[in-house]
Design a binder for this molecule. Structure first.
Ligand SMILES: [Zn+2]
Length: 539
């Protein structure tokens, strides 16, 4: 015993509810047996109330030292999409490649579902569809399932096949969100949001994508409309001056009337997520430098204090299941959104950056470092910045949830290059003006990137600028044949490949290609808006 220097618990967020490892239930007794040995608890996803709980249950000093390192996943793009209302797997079935070209582009994909039944049914449907297009394919090897009741041998086989690339699609339950480390999963899909899902679990799942830092990952979260529309409706109502301001339901005032002193809730202890009396409008809140105070209030309002942490998971469960009451105390029917963890409701409905929302909620220090993101970041950022939502391989991406219905009609007339790419909207005329303008844009970009490389020391100043991007490559990109492809990032990659530009060499990095793409994109936008051609060149 004397030689024990530290007790460390990894994935310590699972101490909450000890559903992952039953042994965690007794972790407090370890502390009592060796009171002088330091305790440490680690996790990549520590919601505030869980940190408080873990400190108490491990009988640590309260408050303990909390060390938080940066948590931003810079190489993952996040997109929230609407799950179809009918009970159908259509968006998932549409992933199955129909042509060899689509098959080549197919990214290694992990789909999370929250029931074994869903995992099984989805696998059957996907295998059938795959066999319809590729009758000789071994569909049970290519499409795998992974859940707790599958025997260890089969689970290991799935991991092996997925790792070496023979399986390209795995449907898993939470059994796979911890401990399985496969570095080159490119796309993670969360199929649906259930009342048992918490934001930390969702973030763990998203984090399975692109473990390898050189890979760009995509996380798609399919949510039922029921979890979005009530917030849109609440916002419309609140912004309508002819309507009286909606009264917050009873229960909220208790906190609003007695705002806690600044540090009291700094580590939210003895608290469980709150399901009753929520002000839905608040869940649209973006994380901006100007909204820091409101965000802090929102985070506090997401919780309810309890008197004892004994059986906290059961208490939290009871809170989640408690009947909903109106102002008069009468029991009313719950809507689906009333059963969802507040942090998830916020993540799905924030009008700001989704990465920021997660980082802020988990108290990571790098909330505002979104310049570090390697691609378009999240659907909300992409829409705000007017960046095309695409991935390097050019596979199909669902429409972001925020563009659904009314919101879509109210969006200012922005050029939707995804739509253009599918041939729905007219292509800007290919003319001498387009060509001349784009040529000067690309040459300016080349000059700029060359100067940056010389400055970084990755390029000698005696090498001609053409080493970055040759004139021949520029001609290819601007040719009538290829220019139409350059409206998506995947398309630009295709064009560069045709122009024999080695994107994987050390010269141009993925980040540079994205920058080049953004330049072309803004140039198109400018042409479309008929702005002065010189404006962009001056910049
Ligand atoms: Zn973002």
């Amino acid at each position: 015993m004397k030689r024990i220097t530290l007790v460390a618990a990894d994935e310590a967020h699972t101490i909450w509810g000890w559903t992952f490892r039953k042994q965690f239930k007794k972790i407090g007794q370890v502390r009592l047996a060796i009171p002088k040995v330091p305790f440490a608890a680690f996790s990549a996803t520590f919601p505030p109330h869980v940190i408080g709980y873990v400190q108490k249950i491990c009988k640590m000093n309260c408050p303990s030292d909390v060390i938080t390192v940066n948590g931003r996943r810079r190489n993952i793009n996040i997109l929230v999409a609407v799950q179809p209302a009918r009970r159908t797997y259509d968006p998932i079935l549409n992933l199955i490649p129909k042509t060899d070209e689509e098959a080549i582009r197919f990214p290694k994909t992990l789909i999370f579902v929250d029931s074994i039944l869903d995992a099984r049914c989805m696998a059957i449907a996907l295998r059938e569809k795959l066999e319809a297009h590729y009758p000789t394919a071994d569909s049970s090897m290519i499409i795998r399932t992974y859940y707790s009741s599958i025997d260890d041998e089969k689970k290991e086989a799935t991991i092996r096949l997925f790792k070496d690339g023979r399986a390209f699609l795995v449907i898993a339950t939470d059994a796979m969100s911890l401990g399985v480390d496969i570095s080159d999963i490119e796309r993670v899909i969360q199929w649906g949001i259930t009342e048992r899902l918490t934001l930390d679990t969702l973030v763990q799942r998203i984090g399975r994508a692109a473990r390898m830092s050189s890979l760009l990952g995509l996380a798609i979260i399919y949510t039922p409309r029921d979890l979005l529309d009530p917030i849109t409706a609440a916002r419309v109502e609140a912004s309508n001056p002819t309507q009286p301001t909606p009264q917050t339901e009873s229960g909220t005032e208790e906190i609003l009337l007695h705002p806690p002193p600044d540090d009291e809730w700094e580590d939210i202890v003895d608290a469980i997520p709150r399901y009753a009396g929520r002000d839905l409008c608040a869940f649209a809140l973006p994380v901006e430098r100007q909204t820091v105070a409101e965000v802090r209030q929102l985070r506090i309002k997401m919780y309810r204090h309890i008197s004892t942490v004994k059986d906290i998971a059961r208490e939290a469960d009871a809170e989640r299941r408690a009947p909903k009451r109106d102002d008069a105390g009468k029991v009313v029917k719950k809507r689906p959104i009333d059963k969802i963890e507040p942090a998830i409701v916020w993540f799905l409905n924030t009008t700001g950056c989704r990465h920021r929302c997660v980082l802020e909620y988990m108290r990571f220090p790098d909330v505002f470092e979104d310049d570090e993101q390697q691609s378009w970041c999240c659907d909300n950022c992409a829409i705000r910045k007017g960046i095309t939502i695409a991935m390097p391989r050019g596979y199909d991406i669902p429409e972001p949830a925020s563009l659904r219905g009314a919101a879509k009609r109210n969006t200012p007339s922005r050029i939707d290059w995804n739509v253009i790419n599918q041939g729905v909207q007219s292509w800007p005329d290919y003319s001498q003006t387009t060509e001349t303008f784009l040529r000067s844009v690309l040459k300016t970009w080349r000059k700029h990137i060359f100067a940056k490389m010389v400055e970084r020391g990755t390029m000698s100043k005696f090498v001609p600028e053409q080493a970055v991007l040759s004139d021949r490559a520029i001609n290819e990109i601007l040719s009538k044949k290829y220019l139409k492809h350059a409206v998506t990032l995947g398309g630009l990659h295709f064009v560069l490949m045709r122009a024999k530009v080695d994107v994987d060499s050390n010269i141009l990095r993925e980040k540079d290609i994205i920058e080049m793409f953004n330049m072309i994109h803004s140039a198109f936008e400018m042409l479309e808006r008929g702005k002065s051609l010189s404006a962009l060149l001056v910049v």
